[in-house]
Design a protein around this ligand. Structure first.
Ligand code: SF4
Length: 718
């Protein structure tokens, strides 16, 4: 719309998975303002500090300083990258791919992409790797974020679909927030919870978290569980619900399977033992179980505290068990609702953009599913061998198995655990391609090829938020410099690769993102996420819509499983006999502190965007290691003093702060700052990579998600 001389376009915020609608104002040359979209069902006009400063991240001066605007290439490792034409760059890459694959096979290349990409970008990357090149080595930073939630849903409910919606906050009687701090990480949703609570004063909030976060402070009941003990907590709560007849035997009989086996497992989780494992009082454990089980509608909200764990899948499944047994699912205000970290992790999952899944929630391990996707794509086959997941991909690069690594829209040289290995891998790779909007990320330093990409306010396409809601948006600004859209870059490469490898008819015929989206839409026909009733036109005219939205439907579905039918072979939900396992790296005499990591209120990920806005540093100017007052005194550390934090993988320097949110023996570090900060404090040398120099690369056996939330460390005065 035109407002005075300003143009206004509807978009979404590019940060978290809440997926808030924003109205972007531009004068045609630059973005001059943003405001919340009052019509968007995710936020109804609200924005948090990050979303409301988005326009400041698109200032022209900043674009000149921080943006990647031209393709750059170096043909030998010892030279500097030089600006070259797109044609020369893409030709070089295509020839390298063809040569390397001819010599070493398709699994000698890998793609590491991002939950920040749009669904259309994700779709073509996935098709390029699995359809054209013939490797499943395509994984994403969503592996660090949501893959345990995916595995948990699939094991229990049969498919990767969050069953609840934001409106359920208004129907819930109990909200159980566990392993999440929405007051910081999903602020607009938290405002909505606060409002629902004001309207319904009998609503109770239970928070379980090792730290007394801002979310926990506002809860009616706070369970300060010890790190990694969530499975014991959920099993203990279910044990009590069984004892006190708070489960629903009729629902269990009619709609589930596997309860007898789970019952045997739960017998071990007697309240006294569970309270000890979790480090909470038995009284509080009983109170939590009773509130949850007795309530007319209990809704759980959870995020990385469950997911970023070496038993992340079990944590997710144990929580779903609790919901199924008490029939707290498939009803207004009830359900296990995983909050998504990134803006389009959901879209990536929908197109199958990970190493172990394929389009539209199909299973790579299922030959019938592979054949369906191959048919849709017009290729002979989709390879059966699973690809390397995030941590495994960098390990394979380090071993020399993957020789070419293409990284898009993410910054693994800051965000992956065990940075030393990741950076060694980036040095060892024969070719590192980085497709990025910002030339300032740590990963760009390792790029042999830099492909400049468009970003927020410049792109067109769709994203899906935590409640399965798809939003379509259009660009506000034109492409800066020579930057290209992510999907255009992939297609340009794919066509060159096709020509060089002798394929006559291109399987990448798209001219617009809409054509890509239409193919994706067709891939969902008959699947749980069927969106064959949607179109770009409907999304534009009727606004954001939830899936499923099959052909003939007039609206999407708010919540799933209301009929008690689940997308499993038997139609029943499955209980999983989850067993508590401690954190991968227990504390000991040499590493006596539990290091916990997490988001701060005003920063996003590695700060390539939020780090350009001065006012976003007013909440936390620099990263600190937060300790209990007791530990500060015991270690003779004064407020603001510098300390060395050391794990088995490296050392970093931080300012020490006392926090009343911390238990003795625990230390919290915000995840956002990378090597620039650490080097800036004058601490140089091996391991100066930011917090992920310290984090643990142990992965969950099912989801392959690393335990970024916890590591054992020691802390000494610098
Ligand atoms: Fe953006 Fe998330 Fe804040 Fe909404 S809550 S404005 S999506 S960062």
């Amino acid at each position: 719309t035109e407002k005075g001389t300003l143009k206004e376009v509807k978009a979404t915020c590019c940060y978290c998975g809440v997926g808030c609608g924003v109205i972007v104002q531009s004068d045609g040359k630059q973005v001059v303002g943003v405001r919340g979209d009052p019509d968007h069902p995710a936020n109804f006009g609200r924005l948090c500090t990050k979303g409301s400063t988005l326009h400041l991240t698109a200032r022209p001066a900043l674009q000149q300083q921080a943006r990647a605007l031209y393709p750059e290439l170096r043909t030998t490792r010892n030279s500097l990258r030089k600006q070259v034409s797109w044609d020369e760059t893409m030709d070089f890459i295509a020839r390298k791919f063809v040569g390397t694959i001819r010599e070493h096979g398709p699994d000698s290349v890998g793609f590491y992409i991002s939950g920040q990409l749009l669904t259309e970008d994700y779709y073509v990357f996935n098709k390029l790797a699995k359809g054209l090149i013939g490797t499943n080595n395509v994984d994403t930073n969503s592996r660090l974020c949501m893959s345990s939630a995916v595995a948990g849903y699939k094991q229990t409910l049969g498919t990767d679909a969050p069953p609840a919606c934001y409106e359920d906050f208004e129907h819930a009687q109990v909200i159980f927030i566990v392993g999440a701090n929405p007051a910081y990480a999903h602020p607009v949703l938290y405002r909505r919870i606060e409002e629902a609570r004001r309207k319904n004063p009998s609503m109770k909030i239970i928070a379980a978290d090792p730290r007394r976060t801002d979310t926990a402070r506002e809860a009616d009941l706070f369970l300060p569980i010890l790190p990694g003990t969530d499975v014991a907590l959920f099993n203990g709560m279910l044990h009590i619900c069984m004892q006190e007849a708070l489960i629903d035997p009729a629902y269990i009989d009619a709609h589930t399977e596997g309860f007898a086996e789970l019952k045997n497992t739960l017998a071990d989780y007697v309240p006294k033992v569970v309270a000890e494992i979790c480090g909470i009082s038995e009284e509080d454990l009983f109170r939590a179980a009773r509130w949850f089980g007795e309530s007319k509608a209990s809704l759980s909200l959870y995020c990385q505290g469950l997911n970023q764990s070496s038993s992340g899948t079990a944590k997710n499944a144990a929580l779903v068990n609790l919901h199924l047994a008490t029939h707290q699912i498939g009803r207004p205000g009830a359900g296990p609702f995983s909050l998504t970290g990134q803006p389009n992790a959901m879209g990536g999952r929908e197109v199958g953009g990970m190493a172990n899944i394929i389009s539209a929630h199909r299973e790579l391990a299922n030959p019938g599913h592979r054949a369906e996707v191959a048919r849709l794509w017009g290729v002979d086959e989709v390879p059966a061998k699973p690809g390397k997941t995030a941590v495994e991909m960098f390990e394979a690069v380090n071993r020399g198995e993957i020789k070419i690594l293409w990284i898009a829209c993410t910054n693994p040289a800051q965000s992956m655990p065990e940075q030393k290995l990741v950076r060694e891998a980036l040095k060892k790779a024969e070719l590192v391609i980085v497709q990025e909007a910002y030339k300032t990320t740590a990963t760009v330093d390792y790029a042999d090829v830099l492909l400049p990409a468009t970003t927020w306010s410049e792109k067109e396409g769709t994203v899906t938020n935590s409640e399965r809601r798809i939003t379509r948006f259009k660009p506000v600004l034109s492409k800066p410099g020579e930057a290209m859209h992510d999907w255009e870059i992939v297609i340009d490469f794919a066509r060159r690769y096709e020509r060089l490898s002798g394929r006559e008819k291109s399987i990448f015929p798209y001219k617009t993102p809409e054509e890509i989206w239409n193919e994706h839409r067709e891939s969902t026909r008959g699947r749980d996420l069927d969106i064959t009733g949607l179109s770009y036109k409907i999304l534009e005219e009727q606004g954001p819509q939830q899936w499923p939205f099959p052909e003939g439907a007039s609206s999407g579905r708010k919540r799933l499983y209301e009929d008690g039918a689940f997308p499993t072979p038997s139609g029943r939900a499955r209980f999983v006999s989850t067993v508590f396992k401690p954190v991968a790296e227990p504390v000991d005499i040499r590493y006596p502190f539990h290091m916990l990591t997490g988001r701060l209120r005003d920063q996003w990920h590695g700060m390539s965007r939020t780090g350009t806005v001065a006012q976003l540093f007013s909440h936390a100017a620099e990263p600190a290691v937060v300790l209990s007052q007791e530990d500060m005194e015991k270690s003779l550390i004064k407020q603001g003093e510098l300390v060395h934090v050391t794990s088995r993988r490296g050392t970093q320097i931080f300012t020490a702060m006392a926090g009343d949110d911390m238990r003795a023996g625990q230390a919290f570090i915000g995840m956002h700052w990378g090597e620039e900060y650490v080097s800036g404090r004058g601490y140089k040398g091996e391991g100066t990579y930011g917090v992920n120099a310290l984090t643990c690369p142990a992965i969950d056996p099912s989801s392959r998600q690393p335990e970024l939330k916890h590591a054992a460390v020691r802390i000494l005065k610098a």
